[in-house]
Design a protein around this ligand. Structure first.
Ligand code: ADP
Length: 268
């Protein structure tokens, strides 16, 4: 708590009272710490691929270029690490755009056929699902209309389905379900994957938080996918939740309130 005080005097310099202003600075300090941590995390995440690119380029320059087999392998690594940098930057830009949109008086919301949107999102990951022989089932009433921001909601679903595929074994099944009540819609993505130990669940939606850093990086993850999902849910005045059992699988849910199309979300 920060206190600022002043004595009040009348025209004849006689003390007639005092004011004390108490400012709660803990919230400001917390925000400042979060911002500092975020900048430190971003720098670290960007530096990792840059260090790798620099190392391989220098090895090539100091002679490995003459060994065609090594040269090709190293150049592939350089190319993959550049893709990684791009993926991190794309995700950071998405996050900041979602924040900006929801601060600027809300998202553009339109009445959308949810089932079609779920199917389009699944289509994005169909190649990865096929490669692992993972079946994706959709359970959503064909007539269900929901007011939402289609591109953002689709992005949230793509992130959840992508993760479900990434963190599941071959020959398993993923279920994408929508349940609607008059007041809210809950879309869930359930997998039969590795599951997540309970102690990680509270921090899972933080930027750059990963259960297994090495594995996530190796699979091309930026560590921002779930943070983006959370921001998209919040921009719709909704929330995210997760339930998981190690060895059995995980269920990620997006809960959004039902609103009329045209009603701005995100600034309520
Ligand atoms: P990443 O790019 O690493 O996948 P995310 O923000 O999408 O980042 O996810 C954060 C972490 O949560 C992942 O690194 C992974 O450890 C864990 N995770 C996310 N989805 C699942 C899932 N369906 N099953 C198991 N673990 C998951």
């Amino acid at each position: 708590l920060q206190a600022v005080g002043a004595v009040l005097k009348d025209a004849g310099d006689v003390t007639i009272g005092a004011v004390i202003v108490l400012n709660d600075v803990t919230r400001l300090r917390r925000l400042e710490n979060m911002r500092r941590d975020f900048v430190a995390n971003v720098s670290h995440e960007l530096r990792t691929p840059i260090t790798s690119i620099k190392g391989f380029v220098e090895t090539l320059l100091s002679g490995a270029m003459q060994e065609p087999e090594n040269a090709e392998r190293f150049l592939r690594i350089v190319s993959n690490q550049s893709d990684r940098l791009n993926a991190i930057i794309d995700d950071l830009l998405s996050l900041s755009r979602i924040e900006q949109d929801s601060e600027k008086g809300g998202l553009v919301i339109q009445e959308t056929e949810l089932r079609g949107l779920l199917e389009t999102a699944i289509q994005h990951s169909s190649r990865q699902a096929e490669e692992k022989n993972i079946r994706i089932e959709v359970d959503c009433d064909a007539a269900l209309q929901v007011a939402l921001n289609p591109p953002l909601f689709e992005q949230a679903l793509v992130n959840l389905v992508d993760n479900a595929i990434k963190y599941s074994e071959n020959d398993t099944c993923i279920r994408v379900t929508a349940q609607a009540s008059p007041h809210q819609v809950v879309v869930s993505v359930a997998d039969q994957g590795r599951g997540i130990p309970r102690e990680h669940l509270p921090r899972l939606f933080e930027r750059f938080y990963r259960v297994d850093k090495a594995r996530s990086r190796q699979m091309g993850g930026t560590g921002l996918g779930l943070a983006i999902v959370k921001h998209i849910a919040q921009a719709h005045n909704g929330k995210v939740s997760v339930q998981s059992t190690v060895g059995e699988g995980s269920v990620f849910r997006i809960h959004v309130p039902r609103v009329e199309a045209g009603e701005p979300a995100g600034n309520a």
